[in-house]
Design a protein around this ligand. Structure first.
Ligand code: ATP
Ligand code: MG
Ligand code: MG
Ligand code: MG
Length: 493
C-alpha cells in the first residue's frame, strides 16, 4: 500500500507544520461545554471561542495564529445527521476524521487555496484534472455578493474554468448561527473515474464524484438585523474528509475498501465466521451481509470514540443517540451475520484499538471501560430485541395476510411504548419487508399517547374520589396507567 492511512495523516501534518501551523490534538468528540451541540460535528468546534473573540487570555490557544489537526467528528443527530446513509452509501460515516488547517486572523483566501492545492496535487499527487472547485454564486435576496475572488484564485492557480463550479447557500455559505462569523466557502471535489469532465456531477450525490475538502472563508459578521459587516480579523477554517481522501489515494471506489475499515471487517469476519466483505450496495448486496459489515464497522467507531470521551448510552439526548446506534448495529449483526449477541461489539473492539490507538491514545486508555459499557448495554438490548422482534413479526404477518403494504403508526408506536422497541429499528425492519410507515401517523400516535398520559394523571389525581364502578370503567378504557408506569416503560426502551 503506497498510501496507508497513517501516512496520509502524517503527510498532512508535516506539510502544515512546515507552513507554520501548530499541530494540536483533536478536541473531545463529546462537547461538554457546548450545550447547543450533541456531538462535535466539525473541526472548528474547539476553536469557536477564538472565532467569537471570547477566548480567555490564559488559554494556551490565545496566541495561536495557525493550527492544524485531525478532529474526531460524529454526525448522528442534530444539524448534521448522516446516520441514515450509513450502510447504504460508500462515503458517509457517523464517525469520521476531519483533517483541518486554521488561520486565526492570519493568512486568508489566497494562501488557503494555494495550500489545499499543494497538499492534494503535490504532497498527495492527485491528478489535477480530476479535481473540481466550487465557489459561492452569491444570493441577491440576502444581499450576499458572489465570491468572484475565490473563482479568480482557482483560475490563477491553473485550474481550468470547466472545473470550477458555482454553488448556492446550502453548499457554499457557512454560518455558525443566526448571528456572528460567517462567510462563503469553496469546496474541492474529486472524480474517482477520470478521463471526462465531471463538473455536472459535483454535489449531485454521485458516489464517484465526492466532496473531499471544504475551505471556509470567515469574512463577515452577521448583525442582529441580519446585515453583514466585514470582520476586522478574517479567518480560515478548513475540513477535509480523511477517509475520503484515503480512498482517493488508495484508488478504491469506496471508503470502506480502505485500511480505515478493512481491519475491522477482518475482525468481524473472525468473530462471526461469515463470508468476507465484497463492497456491494443496495440490490447488489442480495444477502445484506456487506451492508451489515459497513453498519457495524461504522458503529463500533462511533460508539467507542463517544464512550472514550465520556458519553454513555441512556435515555436522553446524547446518550440516547449512543443507545440507538448500538441497537442498530446489534440488530444488523444478529440478523445478517448471525452473530451471538451479548458481547459482540466488544469482540470487534480490539481491532479498532489496534488500528487507531496510536493516533488516539484515549482508546487504549479507556478500552476496558468501553468494553464494559458496550457489554452491559448489549445484554440489556438482547432481551428487548427478542420481545420486540416477536411482536413485529406478528404485525408484519397480519399486514401480509390483509394484503396491505403498510404498518400503522399506532403499531409502530406501540412497539416502542410497550415493548421498548426503538422506532428506527422498526423502520429498518419494515423497509426490509417492503412495508411503509407514515411518520405523521407515528407522531400522531405518540401525541395521542401523551394526551392519554396527561388524562391519566388527571384521573389519578381524582382517583380517590372515584367509586369502584368508575375505576372499572377506566380500566376497561385502558387509561389507568400512571405516569410512573409510562416512565418505566420508556426508561427500559
Ligand atoms: P457531504 O455534502 O458529502 O455530505 P458536507 O458538505 O456535509 O459533505 P462538510 O460539512 O463540508 O461536509 O465537512 C467537511 C468535509 O468532511 C467534507 O468535505 C467531507 O470530505 C467530510 N465529510 C462530511 N461528512 C462526512 C461523513 N458523514 N463521513 C465522512 N466524511 C464526511
Ligand atoms: Mg453532509
Ligand atoms: Mg456538501
Ligand atoms: Mg461541505
Amino acid at each position: 500500500l503506497k498510501w496507508p492511512s497513517a501516512r496520509v495523516r502524517k503527510a498532512f501534518f508535516d506539510y502544515m507544520e512546515q507552513r507554520g501551523h501548530t499541530i494540536v490534538p483533536s478536541g473531545s468528540v463529546v462537547p461538554y461545554d457546548d450545550p447547543t451541540l450533541l456531538f462535535t460535528n466539525a473541526g472548528m468546534n474547539q476553536f469557536k471561542p477564538i472565532f467569537l473573540g471570547t477566548i480567555n487570555k490564559s488559554d494556551p490557544m490565545f496566541n495561536l495564529k495557525r493550527a492544524a489537526d485531525t478532529q474526531k467528528v460524529i454526525r448522528a443527530g442534530g444539524k448534521h445527521n448522516d446516520l441514515d446513509d450509513v450502510g447504504k452509501d460508500s462515503y458517509h460515516h457517523t464517525f469520521f476524521e476531519m483533517l483541518g488547517n486554521w488561520s486565526f486572523g492570519d493568512y486568508f483566501k489566497e494562501e488557503a487555496i494555494e495550500m489545499a492545492w499543494e497538499v492534494l496535487t503535490k504532497v498527495y499527487g492527485l491528478d489535477p484534472k480530476r479535481l473540481y472547485a466550487t465557489y459561492f454564486e452569491g444570493n441577491k435576496e440576502l444581499g450576499l455578493p458572489p465570491d468572484e475572488e475565490a473563482k479568480q484564485l482557482w483560475l490563477n492557480i491553473g485550474m481550468p474554468e470547466e472545473q470550477i463550479v458555482p454553488g448556492d447557500m446550502r453548499d457554499n455559505f457557512w454560518e455558525m448561527g443566526d448571528q456572528g462569523p460567517c462567510g462563503p466557502s469553496s469546496e474541492i471535489h474529486y472524480d474517482k473515474i477520470g478521463g471526462r469532465n465531471a463538473a455536472d456531477l459535483v454535489n449531485k450525490d454521485d458516489p464517484m464524484v465526492v466532496e473531499i475538502w471544504n475551505l471556509v472563508f470567515m469574512q463577515f459578521d452577521r448583525q442582529k438585523d441580519r446585515s453583514l459587516r466585514s470582520l476586522p480579523a478574517k479567518h480560515i477554517d478548513t475540513g477535509m474528509g480523511f477517509e475520503r481522501v484515503v480512498s482517493a489515494l488508495q484508488e478504491t471506489d469506496s471508503n470502506y475498501s480502505t485500511d480505515c475499515f478493512t481491519p475491522l471487517f477482518k475482525q468481524i469476519q473472525q468473530v462471526t465466521g461469515v463470508r468476507p466483505y465484497t463492497d456491494k450496495y443496495a440490490k447488489d448486496d442480495a444477502d445484506g451481509i456487506d451492508t451489515a459489515y459497513r453498519v457495524i464497522a461504522d458503529h463500533i467507531r462511533t460508539l467507542s470514540f463517544a464512550i472514550a470521551d465520556g458519553a454513555v448510552p441512556n435515555s436522553d439526548g446524547r446518550g440516547y443517540v449512543v443507545r440507538r446506534i448500538l441497537r442498530r448495529g446489534v440488530r444488523y449483526a444478529r440478523k445478517y451475520l448471525n452473530a451471538e449477541i451479548g458481547s459482540f461489539f466488544s469482540k470487534v473492539l480490539p481491532a479498532l484499538v489496534d488500528h487507531m490507538g496510536e493516533q488516539f491514545p484515549e482508546l487504549v486508555k479507556k478500552q476496558q471501560d468501553i468494553k464494559e459499557i458496550l457489554d452491559e448495554e448489549e445484554e440489556a438490548f438482547a432481551r428487548t430485541l427478542d420481545r420486540g422482534e416477536a411482536q413485529f413479526e406478528k404485525y408484519a404477518a397480519k399486514a401480509a395476510k390483509d394484503g396491505v403494504q403498510k404498518l400503522d403508526g399506532d403499531v409502530v408506536w406501540r412497539l416502542y411504548d410497550t415493548f421498548g422497541f426503538p422506532v428506527d429499528l422498526t423502520q429498518i425492519m419494515a423497509e426490509e419487508r417492503g412495508l411503509e410507515i407514515d411518520e405523521n401517523e407515528v407522531n400522531a400516535a405518540k401525541e395521542k399517547a401523551r394526551e392519554a398520559s396527561k388524562a391519566v394523571k388527571a384521573s389519578v389525581d381524582t382517583f380517590a374520589k372515584l367509586d369502584v364502578h368508575q375505576i372499572a370503567r377506566l380500566e376497561q378504557q385502558k387509561v389507568v396507567r400512571t405516569d410512573d408506569e409510562a416512565k418505566f416503560v420508556k426508561g427500559d426502551s
